[in-house]
Design a protein around this ligand. Sequence first.
Ligand SMILES: [Fe+2]
Ligand SMILES: [Fe+2]
Length: 140
Amino acid sequence: MQKRVKWSKNMEVGYEPLDKAHKDFIKIVNEAYVYSASKELSSMDNVFEKCYDYARNHFPEEENIMKQVGFPDMPAHEKSHHAFIKNISGLRVNFHKATTKFEKEKVSTEAADFLQAWFLGHTLSRDKIYKPYLVRLKNK
Ligand SMILES: [Fe+2]
Ligand SMILES: [Fe+2]
């Protein structure tokens, strides 16, 4: 199973509002890990809600900035954001559909694994690709 994620300076994209959102996302990733491991499953619902809030606020902000700086891979990046929402929605549906504690635990672990994989594969990889373009941001 995964370990908790810790923020470090080399994770920064160098634009405060985006870095703050990414730091907040780490908290969600870690909460999912703690709740699924400690079997505090009632709190998982709250994790799903936080994921939606994160997606609702952060993704449009990031997409808007990518447009502003003319980031060429923006359409693919946007698709990746949509895939996150789809995955989280699917996991949440499965969580609610689960009738036994065992099933709920299984989905919770899947969600925690998914969030951590997303953090590594998207936030720390894909989001870093637009970093060099942020020098084009006016009034940074
Ligand atoms: Fe991001
Ligand atoms: Fe992103």
